[in-house]
Design a protein around this ligand. Structure first.
Ligand SMILES: [Zn+2]
Length: 428
């Protein structure tokens, strides 16, 4: 998404000033449907100004925040930790950093491509509170972002812990390995839970994007006048997405804050039951699946990381034992007419390539698989015997691929009189 990564959250907070609680009344009973939709009830707690230490670890930054359930919350549902740890003055914030002083600095402090790269996208979830829709929300994320795997907590140091938020819903940053999400109702919606976990994965609000004023028109930012500001220092992924799971509804907190430029209200995450296409693409970039399979039928491929290309000279085969949906075959001859399996890597990496084919006595025993990096540099050629070892993954070799679209080409250019089978490859 489109969503801004929380990467430089700190720097951006420098622009946030005090907010006023103007007394908007919002439902307060946990379990109330309106509470489920809303992020933070403006009537929940006082709005204050304080100081924290910025992302550089040194510079005091002035922020506006609301105290909810004892936590300092900014931008509606992003926590800064216990409110009593927010310094009242810049001097206090700086003093708090000295050795021996326990006052913490800002909690949303990440600055990497993924805040879960150390766990390879495996995220343990500890349920102190178990909203009904929790696992349907997590399963939906896993389905659309194969590189993320939520697992039940089993003592892992790094994990997400779900607490009851007493009518309020927010992400509260990470402390000592535990990243806290507060959900205000047992019947909280699936999309709300997905939104809060989006924060836990490192994404911020779509409507804080630097380019948002080209897409939405602010009408009334109260009760968070400054917290509806943009954050131009943050990394933006993809185009602006009014339908993002990380986009607020026009009437968040019970009043009309913004519309699109045609005057229509924006439904945002309220109207979702899944990630938008833009969300899914951006989340997959931060959380790439460790294994990529490229099938000879693009309908089976995750187009953001895998695609297949072949000329019309190749025939479609359907003998049993293929991977995915069917396969292609072509006669061997001295011709440059390969089948190409493309796969995307966000960063350079050494990966092992496996190939799948349907074996048969008319197959080539010297089927050439040629590996290329994203610059088109040839990394190596492997000759596979497709008369045996059919209908399973066969390791071709390991290569140092580069960031971007790498490819494996299956060539027809080998000893004539046979056919070669292009079925699927796996990158691991
Ligand atoms: Zn949020």
């Amino acid at each position: 998404m489109r969503i801004l990564r929380a990467v430089t959250a700190l720097a951006m907070l420098a622009t946030i000033a005090a907010c006023n609680d103007d007394g908007v009344v919002a439902p307060s009973a946990a379990g109330d449907a309106a509470v489920d939709r809303g992020i933070v009830d403006p009537a929940k707690g006082p709005v204050r100004t304080g100081w924290i230490i910025g992302e550089d670890g040194r510079t005091p930054v002035k922020i506006g925040y609301q105290v909810v359930n004892g936590h300092a919350i900014y931008d509606g549902d992003v926590g800064l930790g216990p409110a009593d740890r927010i310094a009242a003055t810049a001097e206090e914030a700086v003093r708090g950093m000295r050795p021996g002083n326990t006052r913490p600095t800002f909690s949303l402090h990440y600055s990497g491509a993924s805040i879960w790269s150390d766990t390879k996208g495996v995220i343990a979830v500890r349920e102190v509170f178990s909203p009904t829709n929790l696992w349907s929300a997590l399963t939906q994320i896993e389905k659309q972002v194969p590189g993320i795997d939520f697992v039940p907590y089993n003592g892992q140091y790094r994990h997400i812990v779900v607490y009851y938020g007493n009518g309020s819903n927010y992400y509260n940053g990470c402390y000592n390995g535990a990243c806290e999400i507060y959900i205000g109702s047992a019947s909280a919606s699936k999309q709300l839970i997905m939104h809060e976990f989006g924060h836990g994965l490192g994404y911020q609000h779509e409507q804080k994007r630097c380019d948002r004023d080209s897409y939405i028109k602010m009408i009334d930012a109260n009760p968070y006048p400054d917290q509806f500001s943009t954050a131009c220092e943050w990394v933006q992924m993809g185009g602006y997405d009014l339908t993002s799971i990380m986009h607020y509804n026009s009437r968040e907190f019970g009043r009309l804050h913004f519309t699109d430029w045609n005057g229509y209200e924006v439904c945002g995450y309220w109207c979702r039951s899944d990630l938008s296409a833009g969300d899914a693409a951006a989340w997959r970039k931060l959380y790439p699946a460790s294994t990529i399979i490229v099938d000879s039928n693009n309908a089976n491929n995750d187009g953001t990381v895998a695609k297949y290309e072949v000329s019309a000279n190749w025939s479609i085969g359907s003998s049993s034992g293929y991977y995915g949906t069917g396969y292609n075959y072509a006669s061997t001859q001295a011709i440059s007419d390969p089948a190409t399996f493309w796969f995307y890597l966000p960063a350079a990496a050494t990966r092992t390539i496996d190939a799948w084919w349907v074996a048969g006595s008319n197959r080539s025993t010297t089927t050439p698989y040629i590996a290329f990096n994203a610059s088109g540099t040839k990394l190596g050629t492997v000759y596979a015997n497709q008369q045996t070892n059919g209908s399973k993954w066969n390791a071709l070799g390991s290569y140092s691929f580069s960031a971007g679209w790498n490819k494996i080409q299956l060539s027809r250019w080998t000893t004539e009189g046979y056919v070669v089978i292009a079925d699927a490859i796996r990158v691991r």
